[in-house]
Write a protein that binds this ligand. Structure first.
Ligand code: DP6
Length: 327
């Protein structure tokens, strides 16, 4: 297709969490985060600018996007159009390879792929940090999916930065998908609610930097035990702040707690496995590679776990040959 560019980007899981915005309207983060980009869970996005279009056309998973999801895509396209000095509208076709209705986040891989495909389709050759900054303005976690492996997004930073390559640790991520409840409150809204109403939010913001520094040091030293301890404390501190909101923001469900218990039990048997939960009920477990099959099998037995996925550490966003995408 004429002038079309296609990019692929993968989900990332925060080992140390981002939850909360810095003051201002730039979508800068209040706390530093540290993530692992995965090899699976990818988004493939094709963008084509067309002078014949009178509005941006956005198809996600074959369905026309509307409302806020569409507005977020158009805002990113507008920013890139302004940068390129162009005005044509775009056709955006995006597909996830995530299991349907899994409830896994797609905004990170989605906006990183969109930033890369759209900038390339406009003829812009942006450095990775610039791409990351555009992706971050759309969704802060997307800044991290621009890079592969272990990635940091510092508090107030415009762009994420790579910390260590995908093969730095001998690990994989085991993802336990639990039964989905009613539609959860999205991250942006959830964090604004926490900021506004949780008496624990200031404590979260005050203590997150030290936890991030500890995790980063442990990662660089390949100290999986310490990294895992700071990882679990980060997610639990974030959920503590959410739980203390009014009305309470409760993302964890019974199956979530059972998986956490099972991970702890596996650890007591000498297996290096550490959990983290985002704004949803699923549990992502960082596991030493030698124990991945055993952990995946065990978590699959936990009541309320619907499905278990295993994902290796993966690469950053990349342009790919324009493949036939089903609109
Ligand atoms: C719990 O990046 O989705 O997954 O910047 O408002 O789009 P916006 O939020 P988003 O938040 C992700 C929150 C998290 C933790 C993390 O990924 O660091």
């Amino acid at each position: 297709m004429n002038g079309a560019k296609t990019a692929i980007s993968r989900a990332n899981i925060a080992l140390v969490k981002y939850w909360g915005k810095a003051p201002g309207n730039e979508n800068l983060t209040a706390v530093p985060s540290l993530s692992l980009t995965l090899a699976g869970l990818s988004t493939r996005t094709r963008v084509r600018f067309d002078p014949g279009l009178d509005a941006d056309r956005v198809l996600i998973g074959g369905v026309p996007a509307e409302g806020r999801p569409r507005a977020r895509v158009v805002a990113l396209l507008d920013a890139l159009r302004a940068r390129a000095g162009r005005t044509e509208r775009a056709e955006v076709v995006s597909v996830n390879d995530f299991p349907t209705a899994s409830g896994l986040a797609s905004s990170a891989s989605g906006f990183a792929a969109l930033a890369l495909a759209a900038s390339a389709a406009l003829g812009l050759e942006l450095a990775p940090a610039e791409l990351s900054s555009y992706a971050r303005a759309a969704s802060a976690s997307a800044a991290r999916s621009v890079f592969g492996g272990y990635v940091a997004l510092l508090a107030g930073a415009h762009a994420a930065e790579p910390v260590a390559p995908p093969d730095h640790l001998d690990v994989a991520m085991v993802i336990a998908l639990t039964t989905l409840g009613p539609k959860a409150i999205g991250s942006t809204e959830g964090m604004r609610h926490t900021e506004a109403t949780s008496p624990y939010y200031p404590a979260w913001v005050a203590t997150a930097p030290a936890l991030f520094a500890e995790a980063r040091r442990a990662l660089l030293a390949r100290d999986l035990e310490t990294l895992g301890a700071s990882m679990e404390q980060s997610t639990l501190m974030m959920h503590a702040a959410m739980l203390a909101s009014r009305p309470a923001l409760v993302y964890l469900r019974d199956a979530t707690l059972r998986v956490m218990e099972r991970v702890r039990a596996l650890r007591s048997q000498g297996i290096a496995a550490f959990f983290t939960m985002d704004a949803g009920p699923h549990v992502k477990v960082l596991v030493e590679r030698a124990a991945v099959a055993k952990v995946a099998a065990e978590l699959g037995q936990v009541p309320g776990v619907e499905r278990v996925l295993v994902s290796e550490p993966g690469l950053g966003a990349e342009l790919v040959d324009d493949a036939a995408l089903e609109g």
